[in-house]
Structure formats: structure tokens, C-alpha cells
Design a binder for this molecule. Sequence first.
Ligand code: ADP
Ligand code: ZN
Length: 222
Amino acid sequence: MLNYLAVMKIVIFLGAPGSGKGTIAGRLAEADAALRHVSSGDLLRDAVKRQTAAGVEAAGYMKRGELVPDAVIGQMIGDYLSGMAGECTVLLDGFPRTVAQAEILDAVAGRCGAELTAAILLDVADGIIVERIAGRRVCPKCGAGYHVKNIPPRVAGICDECGAGLVIRKDDNPETVKNRLAVYKAQTVPVIEFYGTRGLLRRVDGAGLIDDIVRMARRAWA
Ligand code: ADP
Ligand code: ZN
């Protein structure tokens, strides 16, 4: 009943595809119940799987490595955040990815009474990105993420959490990855500047060990 008093905070995770947004935000949320990991890519993949109207519209864009239209993902994120109750900090991973989406997020935050606390940029060189995406494996059942070298499962090809066989994401093939990186440079890099101008940007070196990156990211907004 007193939920309207609770303030939701939003910490945005920015970075190229493969920069580790999902891994780092996921680890942070696992370690602290007040932190909620919200991934636009996961919401979209779930909508595709359930064949909702938005999912059916999004599928083609995702397969080609293009961005889903701002209005489609904006509505999805807006609905999701509005449905979250209570005092928490949302670790928003994968949204906003265009300046128009950043403006949508301002409107959503205004409506929910949420506060934008920081935008963390995971800084990773292009060469590392390509190597990371090439080795990425995901669990189709529970969504857990792995890397054949950097984050190997206990048994090769099998999810530690649920025992399902790991797969390569449909959009992790070299051709689509090239397109996703180009889209990032053209459409998402301006978002970095958008938050820089507002004094919300925190750069974190995303190239080292996961535990170190998690620690640096946690310190970046407290
Ligand atoms: P990555 O960060 O590795 O590219 P994501 O899971 O975040 O992976 O995104 C996968 C795909 O989902 C993107 O290539 C894009 O098609 C779609 N997508 C995710 N977030 C957004 C967004 N904010 N706006 C538009 N499309 C999005
Ligand atoms: Zn699993």
C-alpha cells in the first residue's frame, strides 16, 4: 500500500555487444536482493519465444542484428518498469540504445517516479569484443551465460544451473556480429554523450577479470 513512497533507482549499463553488460549486471543482482537486473535483450527473446505481437515484430530485426523499433522496445521496457513494485535499484542492461530511447526512458522514469542514478559504460576494445562473442554460449532453458574459455561451465556444453545443453545465440554469427557493432557505433555511441552531458556517465574498464569489473561497477554509483 505504501509503494508510492518507495523510490526506484535506475542504473543504466552501456557498452558494445559483448562488452559484458549482462554478465556484470547479473553478478551484481545475484549478490544483492535490492538490485534487479533488467535486460532488454532477454525481454525481447522471451517475447519472441512466446510469440507476442511485439515478439513477432522484433524477431526479424534481431536476427539481422538491427535495432528493434524504438516504440516497440520503449513500450516493453515502460510496461516492465511500471509493473515493478517497491524500493529497488534497476540495473538496466541494453536500453537505451538510441538517443530517442533515452528520451523515452526519461518519460518512463518521470511517470514511475524513478530516478536515473548513473550510466555505467563498460569500456572494451573491439578486438576483445569479437573474441568474447565468438566464445559466448547460452543456456536456452534458464538463460545463464557462459564463455568457452573465460566462463566455462563445469562440464563442457552443459549448463551448471539446470543441466540443459548450451547453444550459440542466433545473432552471434560473424556476419550479424559485424552488423551489431556497426549499429552500436552509429546509434548507441551518441547515447554515451547524452549521459556524459548530464554528468551521469561512469566509465569502467571492462577488459579485466569479472570479479574486478563487478567491484568497480558497484563502486561507480554508490
Ligand atoms: P548484445 O548487447 O550482445 O547485442 P542484447 O541481448 O542486448 O545483446 O541484444 C540482442 C538484440 O536485441 C539486438 O541486436 C537488438 O536487435 C535487440 N535489442 C536489444 N535491446 C534493444 C534496444 N534497446 N533497442 C532496440 N533493439 C534492441
Ligand atoms: Zn540453464
